[in-house]
Design a protein around this ligand. Structure first.
Ligand code: PMP
Length: 354
């Protein structure tokens, strides 16, 4: 008795092939030092495992609010921002009104809309990966969606869409979600607008700054908007250990995270330059912690497979964008391993093609 909505659903894809160098999921490549983990472990051991956690995660919310310069009432927490995307698709507009998002993009917008039976209003990005405003306006006028998602920067393309185009689409009467999962690497945000407006929220996550295993995402918006959406949230959605660990990481150990973010931004520029120099490769500029690139001569699938054989795992996105792959930025030695493996594979395969 599984519904047609679910039967026809393409599942969320992840890359779990084991590899020595893992640059496939846009995580922070570095784990935290042993002594930090030991201290955190001691704090975790004080948790009463038999008790439910604080359903509102007050202490974690306060910590986040302080860091962001907002009030805790402006925040809603999710088991990853994935969960918040579900809640938004459940809570914004009636379910007979569609959901708009430019494609290719992060697949949870599609999945959450489809599971709920909402119409998916998808408009292809232009060749430069920015929003096609004319086609978007036409599709919105025809299909009248009520909710819009923008990944900012976009995953997997790595660019930030034009702010003016986002605002133009919002002005057509759509509740607008700005998914800023990669904000620490772009520094660009709609947060100020989200705090003032009834039709805008932003999403952030701890997953891209070293805490993917904790599953903590958060939404920032006007108190009145957050209060209503919070009714949709499953109680106790943030586990006790996640509340404790995230709070410690964001207070006592935040300097470690900041250092890593800076390093990743520097490395991103280096990897982009090195990839751009490679024959048969076109790299796209990125303001996130990953780079999308196109393989111009060798099938992307083959390149991906050969890199795995070299011990390097990246993501093959050719099912979404022809011939494109995405590499996450890791530690310098991991990025070197990737670049060297690329050189070797390209050399070998291009020679064989002659
Ligand atoms: N939004 C975007 C644009 C993403 O790329 C991702 C992670 N792939 C997420 C949201 C989900 O992040 P989280 O781990 O917080 O669920």
């Amino acid at each position: 008795m599984i519904s047609k909505r679910v039967l026809s659903l393409a599942p969320y894809k992840t890359e779990t092939t084991p590899a020595k160098i893992k640059l496939s999921s846009n995580e922070l490549s570095v784990d935290f030092p042993e002594e930090v983990k030991k201290h955190i472990g001691e704090e975790v051991s004080k948790i009463p495992f038999n008790r439910y956690p604080d359903p509102e995660a007050h202490l974690l919310k306060e910590t986040l609010a302080q860091r962001l310069g907002v009030s805790p009432e402006n925040l809603m927490l999710g088991n990853g921002s994935d969960e918040l995307i579900y809640y938004l698709s459940v809570g914004i507009g009636e379910l007979n009104r569609g959901v708009f998002y430019p494609v290719p993009t992060f697949s949870m917008y599609r999945i959450s809309a489809q599971v709920l039976g909402r119409e998916k209003v998808e408009v292809e990005l232009k060749e430069d990966f920015d929003i096609d405003i004319q086609k978007s306006v036409e599709a919105i006028q025809e299909k009248k969606p009520i909710l819009a998602y923008f990944a900012y920067p976009n995953n997997p393309t790595g660019n930030c869409f034009s702010e003016e185009k986002i605002r133009r689409i919002r002005s057509l009467g759509l509740f607008t979600v700005i998914d800023e999962a990669y904000y620490p690497y772009s520094g660009k945000s709609f947060m100020e607008e989200a705090l003032k407006r009834d039709d805008t929220v932003v999403l952030h996550t701890l997953s891209k700054i070293g805490m993917a295993g904790l599953r903590v995402g958060f939404m920032v918006g006007k108190e009145e908007v957050i209060r209503e959406l919070n009714k949709v949230r499953l109680p106790f959605n943030i586990t006790y250990p996640s509340q404790v660990i995230a709070r410690l990481m964001l207070t006592e150990f935040y300097h470690l995270i900041e250092e890593e973010i800076k390093r990743v931004i520097k490395e991103r520029e280096r990897v982009y330059l090195e990839l751009s120099k490679m024959e048969g490769i076109r790299a796209y500029p990125s303001c996130a912690n990953f780079i999308l690139f196109k393989s111009l001569r060798i099938p992307a699938e083959l390149l991906h497979k050969k890199l795995v054989e070299e011990g390097v795992l990246i993501r093959d996105f050719s099912y979404m964008i022809p011939q494109c792959l995405r590499v996450s930025i890791g530690r310098p030695f991991e990025n070197d391993a990737f670049l060297e493996a690329m050189e070797r594979v390209l050399k070998k395969l291009q020679v064989f093609q002659k």
